[in-house]
Design a protein around this ligand. Structure first.
Ligand code: HSE
Length: 300
């Protein structure tokens, strides 16, 4: 009785939806093997791909936390062994802790014959995030679990919607080799925003959601704007504004922004050719300065 699952990396915020929008990337992510054992609760037997940096203590690891909370909820008293294979960078803004949390709870639910449905698993993964970064944001776990583009309509109660994905939409994620902790990147945000700024933000967010339904790429581009979070966090990212300008000038690019809490950045484009070109331009800016970076390209 064992199962192997994969939970993808994600791009959260999507520029105009801080803490509420996110999308799943095809490629990097977490692989996790779970099996039933005697004993009780979750034991993490091994973690690979983390350079020894993640805790194997199930109460400190997001995969262990989400899986354990799930076992408590369904009153399962047996034991589960977990092996985690990180196939993505962490501290990257690509939802590493979320991928672990989703992989943990998803695997255990499958292993035990699906006592809960996929949406019901979300809140356990959110708990994992809460412990990992001190904030229970759902904008990484939701797309990692459900795929595509998701919107957290509300946190209390937790309500997540899946949004339509326009055909031929691609994403490039550029991850410079610097680490940013989500906790630090959240601490630098303003505690309050003005009425004027929030009206502008709401307009862009609503415009983006509308554009996803109508496949209006022009509107999407005008809506992918963030004047609240990005100006604060840009300082954490090498050559952010130069990369942004170059990406947005590249043909077919629909939008650009910080991926989650950074330092990864993302661009959206119409078509594989356009995204490959934009990704190359973005990466080139770091390369010419000797900053190493990884580039991921995926269909949304
Ligand atoms: N919405 C979260 C943040 C995502 O921006 O802090 C963290 O990856």
């Amino acid at each position: 009785d064992s199962i192997k699952v994969f939970a993808p990396a994600t791009v959260a915020n999507l520029t105009c939806g801080f803490d509420i929008l996110g999308l799943a990337i095809n490629g990097p992510g977490d692989e996790l093997v779970a099996k039933k054992t005697s004993g009780s609760g979750v034991t993490i037997v091994s973690i690979e791909g983390d350079e020894g940096r993640l805790s194997k203590d199930a109460s400190k690891n997001t995969a262990g936390i989400s899986a354990n909370q799930f076992l408590q909820e369904i009153d399962y008293s047996g034991g589960i062994e977990i092996s985690l294979y990180k196939k993505m960078p962490f501290g990257s803004g690509m939802g590493s802790s979320a991928a672990s949390a989703v992989a943990g709870v998803f695997a255990v639910n499958e292993l035990l014959g699906r006592p809960l449905n996929q949406r019901e698993l979300l809140r356990f993964a959110v708990e994992g995030e809460r412990i990992a970064c001190g904030s229970g944001h759902a904008d990484n776990v939701a797309p990692s679990l459900l795929g595509g583009i998701t919107l957290v309509k509300s946190y209390e109660p937790l309500e997540v919607l899946s949004l339509p994905v326009p055909p031929n939409m691609y994403v490039a994620v550029l991850h410079p080799a610097v680490e940013v902790s989500t906790g630090d990147a959240r601490a630098m945000l303003p505690k309050e925003v003005t009425m004027k700024a929030s009206v502008k933000y709401a307009g862009n967010l609503a415009g983006f959601v509308s554009a996803l339904y109508t496949n209006d790429l022009g509107l999407m581009r005008r809506a992918l704007i963030d004047e609240i979070v990005e100006p604060k966090r840009a300082a954490l990212i090498p050559h952010f504004y130069e990369i942004k300008e170059a990406a947005l000038s590249s043909e077919g690019v629909i939008g650009f922004g910080i991926s989650g809490s950074g330092p990864a950045m993302f661009a959206l484009a119409d078509g594989l050719e356009a995204i490959a070109k934009a990704g190359g331009v973005m990466e080139g800016i770091l390369k010419k300065r000797g900053i190493s970076a990884n580039l991921y390209i995926s269909e949304v």
